[in-house]
Design a protein around this ligand. Structure first.
Ligand code: TRP
Ligand code: SF4
Length: 325
């Protein structure tokens, strides 16, 4: 199966990304022909005014991927802006995409309201899903792993593919299916959903000291004020971490000992910090290893770009034929 997915470069990845998208990608790369790319043009759509850190973000994202086990021997890893065919197909699809389809897109209005203060009344921001459709259709993706928020974009991609095929009486474009990524519930240090916009994240690239410090200050069951107050693990975000990172025996023990106040929050957090550190250690080692080779990222993206450009060129040829260009 051909699988395509992208991420916007917008800063270092956190544990939520690791448990959701990255875990999914790692499984998929073992069994399918995966294309994973850094969507740097997409990042411009809402951030075109401030591109100062764009290259750093691209680099950080690639480092996070490779350190976490996204494997260039298995998947094609590339940077969107290095494969100009994405822009070519974007132009062609723009010609056939009705503006009302884009104005109806729920994420368009939502994002515009969320990101108030920025001028997002641009052509590129409205056309974001057309570029995304180009990313996907260029590779004839059959499956696109995405989070729930991306489902409207996937539906638009399918509609654009259908419209293209029917206008030009062809079967060139493949309608992709969304592979909905499951995100285990992981809270940030303040107890809200872990998210960059809340500033409550634990990054894959944090140091061990930072990880331990963040977990130490994490909110717990608010009813457990004193050491001898019994707690309710079900309402405690630290317990969610145990469920993800600790083995069943420890999780069960914490579950019991918290309710009787046999364990205190400080010890409970140390237990979980040890598990998170154990999970991240191989990622830290891999990152350090990659960083010893200054050409590694470039080698990976050059190889990925060559493979992606090759597949994309062939699809574009068929598209030009279908459109009689
Ligand atoms: N829009 C996606 C997001 O914000 C990123 C993206 C761009 C993407 N192009 C894509 C995802 C193609 C899947 C396929 O998460
Ligand atoms: Fe949460 Fe652990 Fe404290 Fe119980 S003991 S409230 S699970 S941190």
């Amino acid at each position: 199966m051909r699988v395509v997915s992208g991420m916007q470069p917008s800063g270092r990845l956190h544990l939520g990304n690791d448990l959701g998208a990255l875990a999914n990608w790692k499984t998929l790369q073992e069994e399918h022909d995966c294309f994973f790319f850094v969507a740097d043009w997409h990042a411009l759509s809402a951030n075109y005014e401030d591109t100062g850190r764009l290259r750093d973000h691209v680099r950080d994202l690639l480092l996070d991927w490779l350190a976490s086990g996204i494997n260039p021997d298995r998947a094609t890893i590339f940077i969107q802006s290095q494969v100009p065919a994405h822009a070519v197909l974007f132009v062609l699809l723009s010609m056939i995409t009705p503006i009302p389809w884009l104005e109806r897109n729920p994420t368009y209005k939502e994002k515009q309201e969320q990101l108030e203060g920025r001028d997002l009344s641009t052509h590129g921001f409205l056309g974001y899903p057309v570029l995304q459709a180009a990313d996907i259709l260029l590779y004839k993706a059959e499956a696109v792993p995405v989070g729930r928020d991306q489902l409207p974009h996937l539906e638009l991609t399918r509609e654009i593919a259908r419209r293209f095929n029917s206008l030009y009486r062809t079967g060139v474009l493949t309608e992709p299916d969304a592979l909905l990524t499951q995100f285990p519930k992981v809270a940030g240090t303040d107890g809200r959903k872990m998210s960059k916009s809340y500033g409550n994240t634990i990054h894959l690239s944090d140091t061990e000291a930072e990880v331990r410090q963040k977990l130490k200050t994490m909110v717990t069951d608010p009813a457990r004020v004193k050491r001898h107050d019994p707690g309710t693990p079900d309402v405690c975000p630290v317990f969610d971490f145990h469920k993800i990172y600790s083995d069943a025996a420890v999780t069960e023990q914490v579950n019991r000992d918290c309710r009787t106040a046999a364990i205190g929050c400080i010890d409970c957090k140390t237990l979980v910090a040890d598990r998170v550190v154990a999970r991240l250690s191989p990622v830290w080692d891999a990152r350090a290893e990659i960083e010893t080779d200054p050409r590694r990222l470039e080698d990976v993206t050059q190889a990925g770009r060559a493979r992606a450009a090759d597949v994309a060129a062939r699809t574009l040829e068929e598209i030009r034929d279908a459109m009689k260009i």
